[in-house]
Design a protein around this ligand. Sequence first.
Ligand SMILES: Cc1cc2nc3c(=O)[nH]c(=O)nc-3n(C[C@H](O)[C@H](O)[C@H](O)COP(=O)(O)OP(=O)(O)OC[C@H]3O[C@@H](n4cnc5c(N)ncnc54)[C@H](O)[C@@H]3O)c2cc1C
Length: 457
Amino acid sequence: MKTDVLILGGGLAGLSTAYHLNECGGLSSLVVEKNAAVGGTAGSVKQGGFVFDYTGHLLHLHDPYGKNLVLGLLRGNLAAHERSSWIYSRDVYTRYPFQANTYGLPSKVVEDCLAGFFKTIHRLDWRPLSPRPSFRDWSLRQFGAGISRHFMFPYNEKLWRTPLSRMTTEWQGRFVPKPAASEVLYGALADQKKFFGYNASFRYPKRGGIQVLPDALAARLKPGQIKTSSPVLSVDLRERVAVAQGLGEVGFSRLVNTLPLVDFLDLAAPFPAAVRAARAKLRYNTVYCLNLGVNRAALPEKHWVYFPEKKYPFYRVGCYSNFAAANAPQGTSSFYIEISRRAWEKADLPRLENAVLSGLRSCRILKSGDKLLSKFWMPIRCAYVVYDFERTQAVEAIFKALGKMGVESIGRYGGWKYSFMEETILDGKRCAERLAGRSQPARLSPGDAQAELKPLK
Ligand SMILES: Cc1cc2nc3c(=O)[nH]c(=O)nc-3n(C[C@H](O)[C@H](O)[C@H](O)COP(=O)(O)OP(=O)(O)OC[C@H]3O[C@@H](n4cnc5c(N)ncnc54)[C@H](O)[C@@H]3O)c2cc1C
């Protein structure tokens, strides 16, 4: 078997590359996916009438092209939502983000947060930050000691499982809202119903879970352009041949990788010693997602909740059935509970499950009489790329070498970054344009463009 462009992985990055190569015309391409279904981390699993995603997968559409494409692909099957996200600590719910919404917390905590914040903005206890500060130092400078101690440190330690003094700030730009001093003050005095951050609103499919998005992209590819249940076993970069289970040898002229970069570097060869050394420096986290179906509408009106406190083993709990009623049978609700571990840490899932269920009862999301209609773990092996100080240089060295070999490595995991679905789709578009030698960006086919949905308030 031979193709112009071999695309490893049928998640959003791989599917988008194939879709846009077709739009550009000229080059043949083949997507090789290890699972029976396409979608990767943007897939869904159906069980007992529930639809579960790989934890919450909400569409944040910021780019005009990306938005138009997704709205066209999911024509009529998207609902718009205003985020209802919360933090649970000290036995109370406060609004997200913590730094702008301390109202309702015990007065000592509010005092700590405000005192630290105003100290830092008035430059008391102030030390200059290094040009590349750690996330820890940056948080102290940006938010002060109280907000850092009550939320930023414990929450981020739970998520990243990495000392925050070893993490850079490269990832946080749009993910950590930075309210003005007046907003921090107002949010301590009153319930500030104001939206902050890149995900203040989102869209989500009315039916079918997030799986409908990769399915819609896949449906636009040519017959036979995707080979599922075909894990790639090895890639010979010199001979330009890959071996995939069930397919045998596949020759290619150009290669697009969307597998986690660490996996690709392990199964492809040959690489210079410098690349192998850089690969050893890449770190990531595994997210263990416990999916639950519950026999009543638990946690009404909340989309997801952050849990900074150590006594809860999870860092976030979200409610799929609040994204779309069709995600759960009538009168029931469905949840994802997220726990993070370093890639090399073993998780004792039966023990963790007991701790999770007891945590959910203690914060009263579950009641003692609740029946669990569905319950299963969904590990996401490579979920978050860790932005420690070693990552930047390692990634630079690897991409320089891949560039020289004519290999594209894109998407959230191929690109080894913290990005969301729309960006992943756009990665595929730009990659296709580069491969096709297009200087002009691709445009949507008339059939795939759609007029704007009703704007959010
Ligand atoms: C916990 C979590 C929450 C998230 N929440 C959101 C959100 O709310 N909104 C949002 O926009 N984004 C969210 N994302 C990000 C989103 O999942 C990604 O941006 C996007 O799905 C990444 O797509 P990808 O194609 O780059 O990677 P993947 O989806 O990982 O695709 C890679 C594909 O390669 C396949 N593969 C792996 N090994 C092989 C092999 N050897 N041979 C063949 N195929 C192989 C995999 O099966 C997979 O299908 C979240 C991610 C995580 C982990």
